[in-house]
Structures are given as C-alpha cells and as structure tokens.
Design a protein around this ligand. Structure first.
Ligand SMILES: Cc1cc2nc3c(=O)[nH]c(=O)nc-3n(C[C@H](O)[C@H](O)[C@H](O)COP(=O)(O)OP(=O)(O)OC[C@H]3O[C@@H](n4cnc5c(N)ncnc54)[C@H](O)[C@@H]3O)c2cc1C
Length: 322
C-alpha cells in the first residue's frame, strides 16, 4: 500500500467535510458539556443487531462523536471497518475509529487507514494495543511494525489530513516506569501530532485532575489540548473486575466495599443493587468533571444505551425516557 494512494483516499474522505473531534467539542450547542460514547466491534450478527439498537438510541441524543474500539482477529476486524463505515454513511453520528499496532506491519497499518479513509473516516484514535491472548504479557512488536503509539501517530499524520487522538492514563500506564515517564510519553504523542487524548476509565477524579496538571506543567502548549475523561457506568461487578485487572485501573477501596456490599453474598451478584451504585458513582464523577471544566465526557457503553442514558439524564444531558 503506497503512502500516495492512502493520501488520495484521505483527501476524498475529507472532501465530504468531516469535522475533527476538537472542532466538534468546541461547537457544542447550548453551552452544555459535550458527551461521546464508545462502542465495541460486534462479534456476530446478534451482537451487531444489539449494537445498532444502541447506535440508533444514542443518535437521538446527539453525542459529539462515537468511537469504535479495535480488537484482534481478522473477521472481527473486517466487521469493525464495515460497521464503522456504516455509522459514517448511514447515521448523523461522527465516528472515531480506534487503530492499534498489534500484529500489523506498517504496510497493513497503511492499508487499514486507507480502508477508513475510503469510508470518509478521518478521525482516528491511535493506540499501541496490548499483546493478543494475554493483554498483560510481554509486548512484541511486529517485525515490520511499530514499537510505540507515537510512531503510529506520525505514520497516520504522514498519510494525509487525518485527525488523530491518543490514549492517556490518569493513574499512569501500567507498563510505565513512573508518572513522569508516562507524562513524557503522552506529551511525545501530542507533539507528534495528536490533537487530543481520551483517558482510560478511572474512579478517582483527582487522578484525572493530576494528569491534566502534569501535562500542563511539562508542556503548556500540549497541555492545552483536550484530555477527554472516560467514564464507565458499572452495571456488573464481575465483568468490571476483569476490565480493571486488564487495564491496571484501581477501584478505590471504599468504592470496592460499597460495590461488594451491593453485590451481596449470593452465588449470583445482585445486579440491580450493583447497577444502582454504578449509576450513582458515574453521575457523581460526571458532575465533578463538569465542575472542573472537563472538555467532554466519554462513556464506555459495551453497546448498551440504558445505563449511559440514565447517567446523561441525571446530568441534564439527555431527556428522561418517556
Ligand atoms: C481511550 C482508550 C481506548 C483504547 N482503545 C483500545 C482499542 O480499541 N483496542 C485495544 O486493543 N486497546 C485499546 N486501548 C488500550 C491500549 O491499547 C493499551 O492501554 C496499551 O497498553 C497502551 O496503548 P498506548 O497507545 O497508550 O501505547 P504507548 O503510548 O505506545 O505506550 C505503551 C507503553 O510504552 C511506554 N512508552 C511509550 N513510548 C516510549 C518510549 N519512547 N520509550 C519507552 N517507553 C515508552 C509507555 O509509557 C507505556 O507504558 C485503549 C486505551 C484507552 C485509554
């Protein structure tokens, strides 16, 4: 895949006037805080139908953008590109395609970017990704691939007028030596051309505020770029525990105890009680982030609309369901 051919496809994508995420965040009407949602690639037809129900429900709530995560595996990948393309072409939503370096040569990465450009998608969230199989295992670069997300940011930017975002980590990335190195890494990605970052989920807003301060102190210019906080409305303790483990995110002990109490001691956790605590927590986090001037709120949805909608409703960002 030549750089030239991707560049042509990117400019055709941009010719349709696709806005950037930063523009979208700035142009939110009614002075309300913008919100956005994250979807995951469907694994089969039933999951795809569920995703579309969520897409159509969120479409009515006018999020600033929607993002689609990128997973391992060829068939899921093909479905991801197709569905993200359909969101761009058949809805009023602005999609951001996640792209990871996992198991890809530079040539394959260029080709993926070209596939997105063909569908008018020029907003890309660039990530390194985690090792397939065991996300906590040793990272091995593809022999003809890239080592760090920063290189992928440069690669995508060199391919044309793409708008690139990157990941940031309020608690520091679990592979980083320390918070200073983590900050250097994020600033490196921003200096390489990323326009904003989206954080890993977190449950202590002070971690987000400290990240913002660290980046601004290290490089005021890059620190002015939006750091969009990610919120996970917890509805199942069992599944969130796995996500916490894989992402290196901490659930503060007071919250852990609250959720554990709500889950109860039965064989099956009390989902309704866990959900109630989860919605209340996500609402409190959202309220504090709004008062601290966050540029937007990005919600992990797991392709369900109900919990996020409830939080948005509590925050006055969506009408109550009638
Ligand atoms: C908002 C968000 C969305 C995500 N979406 C996906 C997804 O769709 N699919 C998926 O598989 N994963 C996803 N992830 C997970 C992400 O891929 C992992 O957290 C991954 O381990 C780190 O990716 P990165 O882009 O931050 O990597 P990098 O920025 O490359 O950092 C990886 C590690 O290398 C270190 N590092 C970076 N540069 C250097 C350097 N020059 N020298 C030494 N060390 C360095 C960093 O400190 C860090 O520890 C997402 C994460 C977030 C926060």
């Amino acid at each position: 895949m030549s750089e030239e051919s991707v560049r042509g496809r990117a400019s055709r994508g941009n010719a349709s006037g696709t806005p950037s995420i930063v523009d979208r965040l700035r142009s939110e009407p009614n002075a309300r805080i913008p919100f956005s949602v994250e979807f995951s690639p469907p694994r089969d037809a039933a999951a795809e139908a569920r995703l579309w129900r969520a897409v159509r429900e969120f479409e009515q709530l006018a999020p600033a953008f929607v993002s689609m995560t990128y997973g391992a595996g060829g068939s899921t990948r093909d479905r991801t590109v197709r569905v993200t393309g359909q969101i761009a072409e058949e809805t009023t939503l602005l999609p951001v395609a996640h792209l990871t370096a996992v198991s890809h040569s530079v040539d394959e990465l260029r080709s993926m970017v070209g596939s997105y450009a063909d569908r008018g998608i020029t907003n890309i969230l660039v990530l390194r990704g985690d090792p397939p199989g065991d996300p906590l295992g040793d990272w091995e670069k593809h022999p003809d691939g890239v080592e760090y997300a920063e290189e992928l940011v440069r690669l995508v930017r060199d391919l044309g007028d793409f708008h690139v975002g990157v990941a940031s980590f309020p608690e520091g990335h679990h592979r980083a030596d320390d918070l200073e190195q983590d900050t250097r890494c994020l600033v490196g990605k921003l200096r390489a051309g990323a326009e904003y970052s989206i954080t890993q989920m977190f449950f202590d807003v002070d971690d987000y505020l400290r990240l913002r301060d660290r980046v601004s102190a290290y490089d005021a210019e890059q620190g002015a770029k939006p750091i969009i906080p990610e919120i996970m409305p917890i509805t199942s303790l069992r599944s969130v525990r796995r996500m916490l483990e894989l992402s290196g995110t901490t659930l503060p002990s007071s919250l852990d105890e609250k959720f554990t109490r709500a889950a109860g001691s039965g064989h099956e956790e009390d989902r309704a009680a866990v959900r109630e605590v989860g919605i209340e927590l996500a609402t409190n986090i959202g309220e504090r982030l709004i008062s601290e001037g966050a540029p937007g709120l990005h919600f992990i949805t797991l392709n369900f609309a109900r919990a996020t909608r409830e939080v948005l409703c509590n925050l006055g960002l969506a009408p109550a369901r009638v």
